[in-house]
Design a protein around this ligand. Structure first.
Ligand SMILES: [Zn+2]
Ligand SMILES: [Zn+2]
Length: 71
């Protein structure tokens, strides 16, 4: 698979990951890794897991997702 964002810039780069939202291929340069905090349990006994969930996203999806996720 080729990086979709590179294709739009008329470049030809192999994708190293895939956007988890829209599923398009992304090279390392165009991949945004978002570490989402993960919590388990119900209030008041909520535990924050020590490791976030690495999410690979394209620029577009990151911009459109982060607004709801982190307020
Ligand atoms: Zn790229
Ligand atoms: Zn995307």
């Amino acid at each position: 698979m080729k990086c979709y964002d590179c294709m739009e810039e008329s470049k030809d780069t192999d994708a190293t990951s895939v956007c988890i939202i829209c599923g398009k291929g992304l090279c390392a340069e165009h991949t945004k890794v978002l570490e989402l905090p993960v919590s388990v349990g119900m209030p008041p006994n909520v535990k924050r897991l020590p490791k976030g969930f690495p999410r690979h996203m394209c620029n577009y999806c990151l911009e459109n997702t982060i607004v709801d996720g982190f307020d």
